[in-house]
Design a protein around this ligand. Structure first.
Ligand SMILES: C[S@@+](CC[C@H](N)C(=O)[O-])C[C@H]1O[C@@H](n2cnc3c(N)ncnc32)[C@H](O)[C@@H]1O
Length: 309
């Protein structure tokens, strides 16, 4: 796989996600259409296509250079040493099964009216400590530093979950509801820093039921600034959940974690892979068209009533 400095290099965070994806048993993947949000260098989309032989995997990323590298990686894997296509048992090549597109979350699929059976995503969950940086116009010629920052940080998205850094995931779930088939599945990598309850409610309050495919602990990336989480803690009663090193179940706050990291220590956090499916596949999308005009609180009450019923 080719990598360049302006795109994310797969680390523990991505490998744990792939481990979680492997726990999802889908015996009928052959005729299915997948989308991967935040595909980076494309390795997960390519691995899914090789393993599941789906109809199509759309690898999507907002970073234009990631999409270029993902296409190069696709060709490197689809062709043999002589540059000839490698055919699978169905007489197809990886080039038939995978496409990469520049896309803000699912905008490519929404614009092209592509219905999906499965949406998977490993996307940022920390607010950018420098909000002005992320409002810059993005082009292929943007600086390496700026493009790389898209791997770790997101901007405010206008959702309740922004306060926990999960706004981008919340928007992905809402967009997913517009393009997922009724029995479709979404699978997300969720860092446990805001606590399990907050993470799970993000899906429940949008009409999805969830199952946890995988849970582990990973080290907090040393190159990610967690000061946005410390600031949230200062302004709310909500503590985040970090752990000192990889051992121990006693969580510490983002403030303590940041101080520990500054003094040379390493901290970890929980990482879970959740799969989610619409609780009532026919009713929820149509009800949502109606209730999305209501306030967040009213919407949550209506949804909880639908789930309870
Ligand atoms: C943590 S990296 C994961 C990359 C890849 N899936 C992997 O595991 O190696 C997150 C990716 O999400 C992308 N990203 C960030 N915001 C996005 C958005 N709004 N829409 C699509 N992709 C986004 C970043 O450019 C980055 O490639």
């Amino acid at each position: 796989m080719m990598e360049i400095p302006s795109i994310f290099t797969p680390v523990d965070w991505s490998f744990a996600f792939y481990e979680g994806l492997n726990q999802h048993q889908d015996s009928t993947s052959r005729d299915k259409t997948y989308a991967e949000l935040g595909c980076g260098n494309g390795w997960i989309s390519i691995a899914l296509a090789e393993k599941l032989s789906p109809l199509k995997v759309y690898g999507l990323d907002i970073n234009p250079r990631a999409i270029k590298i993902a296409w190069i990686n696709l060709y490197l894997n689809a062709l043999d040493d002589n540059g000839l296509p490698v055919y699978d048992r169905e007489g197809k090549t990886l080039l038939d099964r995978v496409e990469f597109h520049e896309s803000d979350l699912l905008s490519y699929c929404i614009d092209n009216k592509i219905e999906l059976d499965c949406i998977v995503g490993c996307i940022p969950q920390i607010l950018n400590p420098n909000p002005e940086a992320i409002s810059k116009i993005m082009t292929e010629n943007s600086s390496e530093k700026f493009l790389y920052s898209l791997s770790n940080y997101c901007a405010l998205q206008g959702f309740f979950e922004d306060q926990f850094g999960l706004g981008l995931i919340a928007r992905a779930v809402e967009e997913g509801r517009a393009v997922i088939k009724p029995m479709g599945i979404m699978i997300f990598n969720i860092g446990g820093r805001p606590g399990q309850g907050v993470c799970e409610r993000l899906f429940l309050r949008r009409g999805f039921h969830i199952s946890k495919l995988w849970q582990t602990k990973i080290m907090q990336a040393a190159d990610t600034d967690i000061s946005a989480l410390v600031e949230i803690e200062q302004n709310s009663p909500h503590p985040f959940e970090f752990f000192m090193d990889l051992v121990g179940d006693q969580s510490v706050s983002a403030r303590t974690a940041q101080a520990y990291m500054k003094s040379g220590g390493r901290v970890s956090h929980a990482l879970s892979v959740y799969s989610c499916q619409l609780h009532k596949p026919i009713q929820v999308p149509s009800h949502f068209l109606y209730i999305c005009k209501l306030s967040n609180t009213v919407m949550e009450v209506v949804l909880i009533q639908m789930i309870v019923r």
